[in-house]
Write a protein that binds this ligand. Structure first.
Ligand code: TMP
Length: 220
């Protein structure tokens, strides 16, 4: 989690979301490089994880067989990890004026547990309200690609985690879930075609971030 010189007070919280193999980690790194060039103080983090005890919960969630956890337990573990992540990492950084860019956040729980595992929107929203109150990202980039494209990328990297190993129907439900989230929250969410080359995806992401949060500062 790199921390660079602090020169900004209105910190932003940006999340990258998407199904398996959509290139989130690569894009998070590229976004971090662009923010550094723009002299934006920031940290890079991820979920599940992003704080020591949240990483311990990540290990619990992602190891073992497909049926290790029942979907409701999985939902609760995700939010336990998220609360710890926010308390230890995200909130302190934002309070210090640092931007936070995160590989996954609550929309992952909505897409994976809410939609694909069948827990439902209402259950996710209830636990979300208890865990985070009204806290939400300022911007969410949803990287979208056909399920086959993502699965091929994951296979070429070697063995996936517990959830990577779910079947194609599950991953299609995750993709459809994300697109539904984007339709419901068009102000917060921007869908970007992740089947384009990584540099083109990075440029598209930067256009959104720059246009929303930075372009005006050059006119000030
Ligand atoms: P990844 O970040 O390396 O893709 O691995 C995290 C896995 O955990 C991925 O399969 C998505 C899944 N996940 C959920 O099912 N719900 C969540 O809330 C989060 C944050 C991740």
């Amino acid at each position: 989690m790199p921390i660079i010189a602090n020169d900004r007070t209105s910190a932003r919280f940006i999340t990258l979301e998407g199904g398996e193999g959509t290139g989130k980690s690569t894009q998070l790194k590229l976004l971090s490089e662009k923010l550094t060039e723009a002299k934006i103080t920031h940290i890079r983090t991820r979920e599940p994880g992003g704080a020591p005890d949240a990483e311990a919960i990540r290990e619990l969630i992602l190891s073992g067989g497909k049926d290790r956890w029942d979907p409701v337990t999985e939902l609760l573990l995700m939010f336990a990890a998220r609360r710890e992540h926010c308390r230890r990492t995200v909130w302190p950084a934002l309070e210090n004026g640092q931007w936070v860019i995160s590989d996954r956040f609550t929309d992952s729980t909505m897409a994976y547990q809410g939609y694909a595992q069948g827990v439902g929107r209402a259950a996710v929203e209830q636990i979300q309200a208890v865990t985070l109150h009204h806290f939400a990202p300022d911007l969410t980039i949803i990287l979208d690609a056909p399920v086959e494209t993502g699965s091929q990328r994951v296979k070429s990297r070697g063995e996936g985690n517990r959830l990577d190993n779910m079947d194609a129907e599950f991953h299609q439900a995750v993709r459809d879930g994300y697109l539904d989230i984007a339709r419901r929250e068009p102000d917060r969410c921007v869908v970007i075609d992740a089947s384009a080359p990584p540099e083109a995806v990075a440029d598209a992401i930067w256009q959104v971030v720059n246009g929303r949060f930075l372009a005006m500062r050059d006119c000030a």
